[in-house]
Design a protein around this ligand. Sequence first.
Ligand SMILES: NC(=O)c1ccc[n+]([C@@H]2O[C@H](COP(=O)([O-])OP(=O)(O)OC[C@H]3O[C@@H](n4cnc5c(N)ncnc54)[C@H](O)[C@@H]3O)[C@@H](O)[C@H]2O)c1
Length: 302
Amino acid sequence: MGRLDDKVAVITGAGRGIGREIAMLMAAEGARVVVNDLGGNTDGTGTGKSADDVVAEIKAAGGEAASNTESIAEYSGGESLLKTAIDNFGGMDILVNNAGILRDKTIFNMEEADWDVVMAVHLRGHYCCSRPFAKYIRENNRTGCRVINFSSVSGLYGNFGQANYGAAKAGIAGFSRVLALELAKYGCTVNTISPGALTRMTIPLRKEEVGEEDLETGGPQHVAPICVWLACEEAAGISAQIFHTGRGGVGIMQQPIVIKQFGKSTGTWSLDELDTFVPQLVEAKKANEEAAKETGKMIEIG
Ligand SMILES: NC(=O)c1ccc[n+]([C@@H]2O[C@H](COP(=O)([O-])OP(=O)(O)OC[C@H]3O[C@@H](n4cnc5c(N)ncnc54)[C@H](O)[C@@H]3O)[C@@H](O)[C@H]2O)c1
């Protein structure tokens, strides 16, 4: 008995890296899996057959899988995922929006094309794949479905040289919170993962060399379990959350919330009053952050 027996899962960008690990683990848990991947380079150029390779691996391990090589940056690509799932396995229960690319540059050097293509694959890609699935859930009264989206600390904290990627990844967190509200009525949860893993995307960003041991402790296999768990029946009540994971850690993130405010019963704030109160707000935020640094420290469980 697998945890995902009778479920059909679609994973975008599953030809390598984190997506491949999720596809392999979902298949091992009994899901029938659509492996989507355009098979291109990290910068979004080119195409390839990595999705077929992962399908072959899943089948060799005794699982069921089908390949889809469409670009999820196109709406027709998003629709094709649903069609591949229905044609091959008769339905769809789980969508993992994982596909991604990078075009890192500072704002001074970031051309329109670098902005557009990153927004297209990440933010637009989440829309292109989620909307056909959401409509399918509503039209078919399909219960117990799951959407799992991929954000990044780049957008949630900020990272130098990634204005395009950070904006898209922050947008994905916002998109997920809204989708969670809109799909709650249909029993579909929507959660977000902020991963950290040594993959083709991140290894070149490391200053030090990456050895076998680093891949063992920091590889994409550490991201897959929480993603698969969120797809299970046991995660039914959990939605609109951001889980941070990688390198053996699994954590939950605080989301934007007002932590302190002052009120005036009459009139608007004068600039002189703001001279007094804004520094107090900034101090409160710093104290909050310091407290979170303490509670967010990894608790070793062996
Ligand atoms: N690796 C990390 O530390 C890290 C950190 C934060 C966020 N992420 C996010 O996790 C996700 C997976 O990243 P990864 O590290 O496994 O990268 P990866 O490059 O190993 O895999 C990404 C896959 O997405 C595919 N892809 C790209 N554009 C596509 C498109 N238009 N249509 C279909 N497939 C497409 C690529 O071909 C590739 O196989 C991405 O969304 C990434 O932004 C990763």
